[in-house]
Each structure stands twice: as C-alpha cells, then as structure tokens.
Design a protein around this ligand. Structure first.
Ligand code: PEP
Ligand code: MG
Length: 579
C-alpha cells in the first residue's frame, strides 16, 4: 500500500480500478527468452513492425489533403518506423541479449529517447522524443495485441490517472464511467479540477509522480476531501473508505434534495442567483438537479474536441439550441470561444513561448474572424430558443471589447439582411479575468450590460502564479489582499452603475469564500452544479449584515493565509460541519 499526498481539488471518496492515460498502459518487464525461441521472437517483431507500418500508411492516406500538421506527424512517424537503424537495433537486442520482443522495443526506444533528451532542451527535441514514444506505443500495441482503450467508450467505471489532463482529453472522456481523477501536475483551477467538480467526482492533483507509481488495473482510493491517493490499499483501509464513500454520497444526495427547491436567500431577505458552469448541454441535467437558476458560464470551447473535425456554424447552433431546450426557459450565459493557451491548441505546430500571455480567448477570436463570426451567428440564431446573454473572455482593453462588439453588430446586420430571426434583447458582457480589466472597470462598464469575474485567471494574472503549476500552488491565493481589492473594486463600480456582476471562477463554488463574496456585494454566483447546494446552505445561514462585517474585516488582513483562516473560522461558526 502506498499513500500519496497531493492537492485536493474536488471532495469525496472513491475506490476503483486505475486507468492510466500515460505510458504505463504497457508495463513492460525485463524478460529473457531461451536461445531456441529467438527466431520466433524476431518473427513476432517483424509481424508487429509490418502491421505498424501498414496501420500508419492507412491513416496517412485517409487523412491526406486534410489537416497539414497531423499528416506531417504521421509521415514523420512512418519514416521512424522505416528507419533501419531503429529496427536493426531492436532485432539485435532480441538476438544478442535474448530479450523478449516487448522488452527489446522498450529498451531501444528508451535509449533513443534518452539520447534525444541529452542533446538539448526545447521544443524540437521534446517533439522528437514524443515521436519515439508514440512509435514505441505502436509497436507494443501490435506486440501485446492490446489496443489503447478508447476513453470515449469505457466498459466499466475507472479512476483516470494522468500526468495532466488536457481539455481535449477531458472533452473526449466517457463521463458516465469516470469515477475519480489523480494527476501528477495541476492546481485548484486546472482543467482536471474543473471537470471533476462539474462531474461531482473526487480528484487529487499535484501528486508529482502518480503515473509512475501505478499500473493500469491497480486498485486506487481517491480521498478528494483530504488530498490523498492510496495505491493498492490493504483490506482494512479499503473497508474504511467504502464506508466513507457511502456516507459521503448519501450526505450529498440528501443536501441537494433538501435544498434544491429552497430559495438562495439570506435570513434577512437578500435573494442570490445561483447559476451553473457547464461545458456541454449534457451538464444541464446536473445543473437543474442541483437547483441552478440558470447557466452563468457555458464554456463553448468544449465543442472543439478533435482538430480534424472542427465544429461548423451548424454544430454550434445545435449545441446552443439543445442547451436552451434543456434549460426550459432559464437564462444561459454563453462565453465565446476561449481557445488557445491550455485549451485546445488547434494548430499544435504553433506553440507559443508564454501561451497564457499569448493568443488566447478573445485575442484568438479576433485573429480568426471567420470562426468567430460562425459562432456569433449560431449564438444569435439560437437566441430564438431561450433567454441569452453573450460574454467575451479575457478582455484587457476597451478597444478589444469594441472590436468584438463591432463584429457582433455586423453579424446581427447580416442576419437581419438575410431575414434570419434572433432575439432583440441579448445582454452583452465581458469576463473580468485580467487586472487591466478590473482596474478599468469604470470605463468598460459603460459599454456592457453585465460583467462576470473569472477569478481562475484573474488570480493567476494578478499574482503572476500559473494556475496549472503545482510547484507554486501555495502562491495561487484567492484570498490574497490584491485579489480582494480588485474584486471589491469591480463589485463597487458595477453597483454604482447598477450593472449586474457575477463571479464564475472556482472561488464561487468554494463555501469558504461565500460569506466574503456576499459581504463584498456579489449577488450572482456561478459554479460547478455539484457545489451549488453547499453554497446555498451557507447563504441561507448568514445575514447580509454579518457577511458585510466579515468582508470589511477580511479586507484588512495583509496576509492571505490569515484571511483564509479567518474565513474558515467564520464559515465553521455558521456551518459546523463545513470542511
Ligand atoms: C476563470 O478564469 O475564472 C474562468 C471561469 O474561465 P476558465 O476557468 O475557463 O479559464
Ligand atoms: Mg478564464
């Protein structure tokens, strides 16, 4: 039994079988063979080699003339497969050292990778090492007769273990079958964390080397409440966690059933809107089950799963129309595409040095106008089917906002000319995710109907602390005085102008910040559906007056850890079972 500590990002307990998304899907033992078996082993390797070449040629043919970078990668892999040096060395290992074919492949490929890494750092060598790893996987797939499990169709519940889940991977997951996550990297607002919370399943990230510590099929316990993962637990531990798992699930169910139909209102009568963050229309069921008043953040970029199959206007429209249908007349706030940076790098060849400071979100849309127009057309057309608001992500200046609004207006005019109907009263807003937007909020507010604070990014940009980097997770502090001052400013300026503000970062779904946010003036919280009942519970127990006192006090602390401790105590006072 091995116990690993990481960062707890989604609470709860689960026991299950591990499915490793990294190289451990082929655990290879060092295995020697008798001399008499050498011809059979070399023949096995030849067959595997021929099948791998054939498979790649087939793939390259099917994709030829489609997307450049993908075909380029396949051709590079094909060259590597046909590289006589690599093939000869693998054969030699089988003949000379009497290694089993699998081990010979593993051994030679590892040596290649090591040499590449020693040659230098940087994208070029990393990409070549990745190519060798892909070739190794392909050989091993054919040798072992094992196929990489298709993660969009799993036949049993699994706990996904990965180095770091990319949004593309999470978008393609069979969500029904995933019961927990554990990753080497990541922080509280990484995609693994966001997805886990939206699925309501436990997750621990920042485990450093979990992918090296497990092999597919191991039994794992995810203790999302305490940030722990237990590999191959002993009987007693497993029994203890089975009980915890049952109790936690029952409690959660009870809480959401009890609170679903109650108002999110403070005892002194302040009514709060509780909204859901969703990635796809399928998430709406959970939003309604947990009593959401609407969708406060629809992350539309999750339509981009496969770079070979980009969504069309029709794909966008169908998804948005479905979202409205499922919401049954409740409002949906659509965020336009937040592509780039960590999310859906559509052109894997154009890696940026600092992708979070690069061509991401609205910047990406303004540089890919046709894609942007197609989305806006779909959004406007779908607005016929339900109350709609549109918001632009990562606005950092008034000019950028005006450019985006101009394109929206042109799209409206075009639809009018084509006599295509759309709702006349669509609210247009921005996400406040960059300090410049928070500082200029008074100027920006004149041009928008509402704002939504994206604290996940606002915190990382304010504190210069990468939200995905587990090494500096301690510096990523929602309660940092600089963050609180920016929040206070946005809320106060919006109140002066009577413009609605919501907060849709992960902070909105963490009960420890609920009293503070209420006290600072927040009246719309948008969070992962499973977190809403707990937030509602806090709201129903704290008066506005008390929340305002807490917020005033919290603003005086000079150290985020002290603020957090204070908030924890105050929350526990009204909700003794919290945390
Ligand atoms: C945010 O930045 O707070 C946010 C909600 O957007 P995302 O997490 O998708 O970047
Ligand atoms: Mg963001």
């Amino acid at each position: 039994m091995l116990i690993k500590k990481g960062i707890s990002v989604a609470p709860g307990f689960v026991i299950g079988e591990c499915y490793c998304l990294d190289s451990n899907e082929f655990p290879i033992q060092r295995r020697s063979i008798p001399a008499a078996d050498v011809p059979r082993e070399t023949a096995r390797f030849q067959v595997a080699h021929a099948s791998a070449v054939e498979e790649l040629q087939g793939l390259a043919e099917r994709l030829s003339g489609k997307i450049g970078p993908t075909v380029g990668i396949l051709e590079a892999h094909l060259k590597l497969l046909q590289d006589q040096g690599l093939v000869r060395q693998i054969n030699e290992e089988i003949v000379r050292n009497r290694y089993a074919a699998e081990y010979a492949v593993y051994h030679v490929c590892r040596r290649y990778r090591k040499r590449l890494t020693a040659l230098g750092e940087g994208d070029f060598f990393a990409a070549r090492a990745q190519d060798i790893q892909d070739i190794e996987r392909r050989f091993l797939t054919h040798l072992t007769g094992r196929r990489r499990v298709d993660i969009s169709k799993l036949d049993k519940p699994v706990i996904v273990v990965a180095h770091e889940l990319t949004p593309t991977e999470t978008a393609g997951l069979d969500r029904e079958k995933i019961i927990g996550f554990a990753t080497d990297g990541g922080g509280r607002t990484s995609h693994t964390a966001i997805i886990a919370r939206s699925l309501g399943i436990p997750a621990v990230v920042g485990l450093d080397s979990i992918t090296a510590d497990v092999v597919g099929g191991d039994t794992l316990i995810i203790d999302g409440s305490n940030g722990m993962v237990i590999v191959q637990p002993d009987e007693e531990t497993e029994k203890k966690y089975r009980a915890l798992e049952r109790n936690y699930r029952n409690l959660e169910l009870k809480l959401s059933e009890e609170l679903r139909d109650l108002e999110a209102e403070t005892p002194d009568g302040c009514r709060i809107r509780l909204l859901a963050n969703i990635d796809r229309p399928d998430d709406i069921r959970a939003a309604l089950d947990n009593g959401a008043d609407g969708v406060g953040l629809y992350r539309t970029e999750f339509l981009y799963v496969d770079p070979r199959d980009l969504p069309t206007e029709r794909t966008h429209y169908e998804a948005y129309r479905r979202a409205h249908a499922e919401m049954g007349g409740r409002e949906v706030v659509f965020r336009t595409l937040d592509l780039g940076a960590d999310k859906f790098d559509l052109d894997g060849t154009s890696k940026e040095k600092n992708p979070f400071l690069g061509c991401r979100a609205i910047r990406h849309s303004l540089r890919n106008i046709e894609m942007f127009r197609a989305q806006l057309r779909a959004l406007l057309r779908a607005s016929e089917h339900g109350p709609t608001r549109i918001m632009f992500p990562m606005i950092s200046s008034l000019q950028e906002l005006r450019q985006a609004k101009d394109i929206l207006e042109q799209t409206r005019q075009k639809l009018r000319a084509e006599k295509v109907p759309f709702a006349p009263d669509i609210g247009v807003g921005i996400m406040v995710e960059v300090p410049s937007a928070a500082l200029l909020i008074d100027m920006l507010l004149d041009d928008v109907d509402f704002v939504s604070v994206g604290t996940n990014d606002l915190i990382q940009y304010t504190l210069a602390a990468d939200r995905l980097n587990e090494k500096i997770a301690d510096l990523y502090q929602p309660a940092h005085p600089a963050v609180l001052r920016l929040l206070q400013r946005v809320l106060e300026e919006s109140a002066k102008r009577e413009k609605p503000v919501s907060l849709c970062g992960e902070m909105a779904g963490e009960p420890v910040y609920t009293i503070l946010l209420l006290g600072l003036g927040l009246r719309e919280f948008s969070a992962a559906p499973a977190t809403l009942p707990e937030i509602k519970q806090v709201i129903r127990k704290v008066t506005l007056k008390e929340a305002q006192e807490v917020a005033q006090k919290a603003l005086l602390f000079r150290d985020a850890t002290e603020t957090l401790e204070f908030l924890r105590k105050r929350t526990k006072r009204i909700l003794p079972d919290a945390f």
